[in-house]
Write a protein that binds this ligand. Structure first.
Ligand SMILES: [Ca+2]
Ligand SMILES: [Ca+2]
Ligand SMILES: [Ca+2]
Ligand SMILES: [Ca+2]
Length: 322
């Protein structure tokens, strides 16, 4: 990125990311992240039983932060039972050199040194009723323990969630907070990820969203990949330049990919990837995986709050298929 672009990117982040730290984010309208135990069937919707989420603390914020997990246990409410509860899930926080800039951490999970960096804290949860439907708090963490990445505008932390044992689905949410005992956002902080494994809504009228950011004018096309969509509804692209473009969805326990050509107006904007439920079907407990790559095979970052706000289509809706 040029210096000017970098600066405008950081200003956009600071200007728009006031409510940026719940994951999933409010604009995403996704009920929960989900990670299954390592012995689960992939047909239940998790391809590799690992999730990686990044949090950035903006430069200038020097007070300690806390990383919070809602419902870290796998049992009781808010989790997916298979047989008996027997799942162990680890939540690990990494900082320091290489933790977030490592190429392996930006690839599909569990290859190579995806856990590079300094392990700052880790906790494993099972069927623990004391953590059911409650927040667990990591910290205090000094922002300087994150990896300093000027392109991100501050220090970045990596959270790795792994289903180490068992076969149930652990659903949870994450939050970066300034306070131990409440959820109070770090002003200008934000969360991003390269791949998302999530639980969709049961309500067929809900629409969920993911906001990959087109950061580079050399990107001519993106490839979306999704797993175990169970043919539930539609995935469409909406953006400043596109009113409606459907993407291919997968069936049970299978992968699907499709391409989308990037238009010049979409550089330095977020895409709105909309996930519409099947309006007439009854698709419950649908867990899915989704990610996006540019034409070089590099994963695109998606932000839990879209950079620049939710993109609004600027053309005449009649001019494109709607
Ligand atoms: Ca089980
Ligand atoms: Ca629970
Ligand atoms: Ca849980
Ligand atoms: Ca599924």
């Amino acid at each position: 990125m040029s210096k000017l672009l970098k600066l405008s990117f950081i200003l956009l982040l600071v200007g728009t990311m006031v409510k940026a730290q719940p994951v999933p984010g409010a604009d995403e309208n996704i009920p929960n992240l989900i990670t299954f135990g390592a012995n689960a069937e992939t047909s239940w919707g998790d391809a590799n039983f690992c999730q990686i989420i990044f949090f950035t603390v903006p430069e200038g914020h020097n007070a300690p932060i806390y990383i919070k997990v809602f419902d870290p246990d796998c049992g009781g409410e808010n989790d997916e039972l298979q047989g008996e509860w027997n799942t162990q899930t680890s939540f690990s926080i990494y900082g320091g050199q290489g933790s977030c800039s490592s190429e392996d951490a930006k690839k599909l999970n569990l290859d190579g040194n995806y856990d590079e960096g300094t392990l700052l804290a880790s906790q494993t949860f099972g069927n623990d009723s004391e953590h059911d439907m409650k927040w667990y708090t990591f910290g205090p963490i000094n922002p300087s323990e994150g990896e300093y990445l000027p392109d991100e505008g501050g220090h970045v932390f990596k959270i790795i969630i792994e289903g180490v044992d068992g076969d149930d689905g652990n659903m949870y949410q994450l939050f970066m907070s300034t306070k131990k005992d409440s959820e109070d956002e770090v002003e200008g902080g934000y969360a991003f990820y390269y791949k998302y494994t999530v639980r969709l809504h049961d309500n067929p009228r809900e629409i969920s969203h993911i906001y990959p950011y087109v950061n580079d004018s050399s990107i001519v096309s993106i490839k979306q990949t999704n797993f175990d969509w169970d043919n539930d509804g539609r995935i469409i692209v909406r953006s400043v330049a596109t009113a409606y473009k459907p993407m291919k969805i997968s069936g049970d326990d299978e992968w699907a990919t499709s391409m989308y050509d990037i238009k010049p107006d979409e550089y330095n904007t977020s895409l709105d990837i909309q996930m519409h439920k099947n309006r007439t079907g009854d698709y419950r407990n649908n867990n899915v995986v989704i990610y996006f790559e540019n034409q070089y095979g590099e994963l695109l970052k998606s932000y839990s709050v879209p950079i620049g706000g939710v993109p609004k289509y600027k053309g005449n809706p009649g001019a494109e298929e709607l």
